[in-house]
Unconditional design. Structure first.
Ligand code: MLC
Ligand code: AMP
Length: 505
């Protein structure tokens, strides 16, 4: 099997129809997808790479970026997408850890990315711009437009997605062809993809939501995607009337509701709005329904498991819940003693099924720790089922902030802050934010007399880590509150931060 074959078997009969329309008015047909992915697959194949070669990609969104993903799968290699916000220290870690045979980066980043890659032993570095420029396409242009898709076993790797670790550094979640194929098929049926569907795609292509959930649905349905390079509420309002399906993170819905031209007429053709990656506030759900007449379908997933729970397409979509376990996916909520919770009782969410990943890249002990003896994956999310079987996520046992759909691990940010001159120690917490849902905030204990300001902390961090991880606020305190065990009381800090924000508002 190969995931690409599954998609190709569902491409429309007439392959001259449009598969991807870009914001700058280009049309890619299904033939284009097939031929261009063949060219890139041939290029990769001719590099004589090992069978399990990782192809690490940090490029801006474009139709070619999606085609590169498909080409990698087609050639039987392992796709490793990286957030374009990552800076040198983050990239160095991923490349060093994953040891990719090929790195593809934006032309403007070639200098520093290629240096990191070559120093880590990567042999091939290509560039790919969002305007059809770069060495990847130049080299691929010389290749054949036909390629015999490489056969892979269901359990072979198709992708590695790095997810930051609560302790230590990021872990690479290994996803197989079976994981991705099974989830794509289940969601295709569950969300009733149908002839004539058009997906308005405004999500980034380097995470589960945009790369798998959204694109796979359209590919499997032979549906056109309207590709926007990034979310822009005005452009969404402009393009939505031509779409039937839209998927977004809660911030997208919050921003749409703030857009004056957004109303029921903009959504006249849409049959499905999906939200995920972060909690959707009931207020947003209600206001959206009132403004447009549409009930947002909220679902829940993660890099290690792709999608596991979803509100139903036909049945009741309940605000504040993420819905029911997907077909073939077994989800349970358990107490500290491992026994299943009753309805209404809060516990740890665990999952088992064909969607659950193979393990963390080169971390067998960590992988073993995250699975129960009977094979369930511990999600690190805390929740409860109601009497009707709907799951609500009420918290996380992992120390994680989700800001605008991006995960930020406080420990990672604290380690960068603690390295700064003049800092004794720090604690990073998530605080409510009207746009991003949660925002990163830092509380710092300075050395006596150290001339460190909020602006300096933010500026130093911006030069080192991805922008979305940089605290939006920094507060200085004399000491961090700790409990009797010596653990920093982050809830106290969150309250303090909110009280200060309210005072200064
Ligand atoms: C951008 N910024 C963010 C941010 N995104 N800060 C915190 N959190 C974020 N998510 C920074 C910018 O760098 C900028 O910093 C400032 O905030 C304002 O930026 P903006 O122009 O308003 O942001 P924009 O570029 O419009 O991006 C916002 C966004 C984007 C919501 C469109 O973050 C986004 O696409 N989020 C989706 C993430 C996603 O796909 N998640 C899926 C993960 S998969 P400065 O300093 O320059 O002012 C997953 C599994 C699952 O979780 O279940 O799906
Ligand atoms: P990631 O590691 O980026 O894949 O993020 C996965 C995490 O996002 C999950 O473990 C949840 O904590 C969170 N998440 C995803 N979807 C939802 C949702 N609908 N509601 C609340 N949290 C969500």
């Amino acid at each position: 099997m190969n995931l690409y074959d599954l998609f190709a078997s569902r491409f429309p009969e007439d392959r001259t129809t449009c598969a991807i329309e870009t914001h700058d008015g280009l049309y890619y047909t299904w033939n284009d997808i097939e031929r261009a992915s063949a060219k890139i697959a041939n290029l990769l194949h001719n590099l004589d790479l090992p069978d399990d070669a990782r192809i690490a990609v940090q490029v801006e969104k474009s139709a070619e970026a999606l085609i590169l993903y498909l080409a990698t799968i087609r050639a039987g290699y392992v796709y490793l997408p990286l957030n374009t916000a990552y800076r040198a220290a983050e990239m160095a870690y991923f490349i060093h850890d994953a040891e990719p045979s090929v790195v593809v980066c934006s032309p403007q980043n070639f200098g520093w990315v290629s240096q990191i890659a070559f120093m880590s032993g990567t042999r091939h570095v290509f560039t790919l711009g969002d305007d059809r420029t770069g060495s990847l396409l130049v080299r691929a242009a010389l290749q054949s437009t036909s390629f015999h898709t490489v056969d892979r076993k269901p359990d072979d790797l198709a992708a590695i997605l790095y997810t930051s670790g609560t302790t230590g550094r990021s872990k690479g979640a290994m996803l197989t062809h079976r994981n991705l194929a099974s989830n794509a098929m289940v969601l295709h049926d569950y969300w009733r993809w149908q002839p004539g569907d058009v997906l308005l795609h405004a999500l980034p292509l380097f995470h589960v939501h945009g790369l798998f959930v959204a694109s796979h649905g359209a590919l499997l349905n032979g549906s056109k995607m309207i590709f926007l390079p990034k979310f822009d509420a005005k452009e969404i309002v402009r393009d939505l009337p031509r779409a039937t399906v839209f998927m977004g993170v809660p911030t997208h819905y919050v921003r749409l509701l703030s857009e004056p031209g957004f109303d029921a007429s903009a959504c006249a053709n849409v049959r499905l709005f999906v939200s995920g990656s972060a909690p959707l506030l009931t207020d947003t759900f209600d206001e959206f329904k009132e403004r447009t007449g549409h009930t947002i379908l909220e679902r829940y997933g993660m890099s290690e498991t792709t999608m596991l729970v979803s509100n139903p397409y036909d049945g009741e979509r309940v605000a504040g819940t993420v819905g029911l376990p997907l077909p073939d996916v077994s989800v349970r909520v358990v107490r500290g003693d491992g026994l299943p919770c009753d309805a209404g009782e809060i516990g740890d969410i665990q999952v088992k099924g064909p969607n659950v990943f193979k393990g963390y890249w080169r971390m067998p002990e960590k992988t073993a720790e995250e699975f129960t003896p009977d094979g369930y994956f511990r999600t690190g999310d805390v929740g409860k089922f109601d009497e009707k079987g709907y799951l609500s996520i009420v918290g996380r046992s992992k120390d994680l902030i989700i800001s605008g759909g991006y995960n930020v691990y406080p420990k990672e940010i604290e380690s960068f802050i603690d390295e700064m001159d003049g800092v004794v120690e720090s604690a990073v917490v998530g605080v409510p934010h009207p746009d991003f849902g949660e925002a990163v905030a830092a509380v710092i204990v300075k050395k006596p007399g150290a001339p460190l300001s909020e602006e300096q902390v933010i500026a130093q961090l911006k030069s080192r880590i991805a922008n979305f991880k940089v605290p939006k606020r920094v507060m200085f305190v004399d000491e961090l509150p700790r409990n009797t065990m010596g653990k920093v009381q982050k809830n106290v800090l969150r309250e303090k931060m909110q009280a200060t924000a309210a005072e200064t508002a």
